[in-house]
Design a protein around this ligand. Structure first.
Ligand code: PMP
Length: 439
């Protein structure tokens, strides 16, 4: 790193998440400077195929002029206005209506925030508020999965089931429980069928609920397909059984669709793909194709009715955030949803997805590959132990950005990726595997 390089300046000024900060001080950052479509360029003008959409988010790819223009126009028209004290503005109204019209199951209202973590946090808060409203104040505990990722605020970090969100951060808080990851090939006992596996996991959940007391459990959070936990598609019957259990014990179902919403799994929502009917649904990331931060929390009628009534009794709904329903973010999100429809993004994902998944499956006999999994444009290739980070590094040298989640290489390319770009992605990934095998 030369003294005044971007790397040196970054190392002296910026703190990076999901990064070894000690190593970073010596290694320096790869500084990404520009992007177009599925491609980004670094400060040395080296080009990379961005197969992770940044952090699972830039679904329309880089350089979308329409989104930039909408933001520019909205900033001139009305750059900011809060939704507090009975105020509103046209972009947030139109966006809320649009989201209600495409929701995967009937929803009554939308609450807006800026990030996935915040929206999950709000879902936890609203669960408490709801159970207080209906006279069950003891329903305060939460269940989610080991390896789930729901964010990194204090509540959403407690919901997350990954150790890096907890270790030395004094999390999870008490009252947050993590049950086994529904990953059949990894977590099944020897000789267990998929059916037996699902039955065992559901029995364990039922046991936990009974041990804690159903009257103390507020909500169960799920990602329809687990992303940051390593791309885990639960067995078909798992969610069917889970939803029966939650109904039996009167526990809210919260679907965290921060990664899966807006076409990623081959339907507009992962809840449709996995046949989930949530009480609360969270989306973010692809909601604005990551051009501006915005997240949304969909609330069904049963929950909203109680919230509305209670706020009337209290005289105020006390949840508020400065940027909730920000007009510029709302306008960009609305335009993003319009573009998805114009491009028939769901149809496009269904066409392109087999190219990616079949291409990765062809590599399953590679000596370094242990498992290939995925759905839609979300895929994971699990490598032999100890190869994940090395593979992501070699791929980056070869001009392909992927993410190592332990030893799983995750792929979540922009939804607009084309056939020839999938071919480049597969070629570079195979080359990375072969380079690793030889060394
Ligand atoms: N939920 C899921 C499923 C996620 O993948 C993420 C982020 N990767 C979050 C929540 C948190 O979103 P944010 O980083 O915007 O707070």
């Amino acid at each position: 790193m030369s003294a005044n390089s971007l790397q040196a300046r970054d190392a002296k000024s910026v703190v990076h998440g999901l990064t070894n900060l000690h190593l970073h001080a010596k290694r320096g950052a790869t500084v990404i400077q520009s992007g177009e479509g599925v491609w980004v360029k670094d400060s040395n003008d080296k080009s990379y195929l961005e197969a992770m959409s940044g952090l699972w988010c830039i679904s329309l790819g880089y350089g979308n002029k329409r989104l930039a223009e909408v933001a520019y126009r909205q900033m001139q028209e009305l750059a900011y206005y809060p939704l507090t004290n009975h105020k509103s503005h046209p972009p947030v109204i139109a966006l809320a209506e649009k989201l209600l019209s495409i929701a995967p199951s009937p929803m009554a209202r939308i609450w807006f925030a800026s990030t996935g973590s915040e929206a999950n946090d709000c879902a936890a808060r609203l669960s408490w508020y709801y159970w207080n409203a209906v006279g069950k104040p003891n329903k305060s505990k939460f269940i989610s999965h080991k390896l789930a990722y729901h964010g990194n605020t204090i509540a959403s970090g407690s919901l997350s089931g990954v150790s890096y969100a907890h270790k030395r951060f004094n999390l999870p808080l008490p009252g947050f429980f993590h049950v086994d990851t529904p990953h059949f090939t990894k977590n099944a006992h020897k000789g267990e069928t998929e059916q037996d596996f699902v039955a065992r996991l559901l029995a364990n959940i039922e046991h936990l609920i009974e041990r804690e007391g159903p009257e103390t459990i507020a909500a169960f959070f799920v990602e329809p397909v687990m992303g940051a936990g390593g791309i885990v598609v639960p067995p078909n019957s798992y969610y069917e059984g889970l939803q029966k259990l939650l109904k039996k014990f009167n526990i809210l179902l919260v679907c965290d669709e921060v990664v899966t919403a807006f076409g990623r799994t081959g339907n507009m929502f992962g809840s449709t793909t996995m046949q989930l009917e949530p009480d609360l649904l969270i989306c973010a990331k692809a909601l604005s194709s990551a051009y501006v931060p915005i997240s949304a929390l969909m609330i069904n009628q049963r929950v909203y009715e109680a919230i509305e009534r209670q706020s009337g009794e209290l005289g105020l709904f006390g949840l508020t955030m400065t940027y909730s329903g920000h007009p510029v973010a709302s306008a960009v999100a609305l335009e993003t949803l319009k573009i998805y429809e114009e491009l028939d993004i769901v149809g496009h994902v269904r066409t392109i997805s087999p190219l990616l998944l079949n291409g990765l499956h062809k590599l399953r006999n590679h000596p370094l590959v242990r498992e290939v999994r995925g759905i839609g444009l979300l895929a994971g290739v699990e490598l032999a132990e100890g190869y994940g980070v090395k593979c992501a590094q070699v791929a980056e040298e070869l001009g392909l950005i992927v993410r190592a989640i332990g030893d799983t290489i995750a792929f979540c390319p922009p939804l607009i990726i084309q056939q020839k770009e999938v071919t480049v992605l597969l070629q570079r990934f195979e080359e990375a595997l072969n380079t690793l095998k030889e060394n």
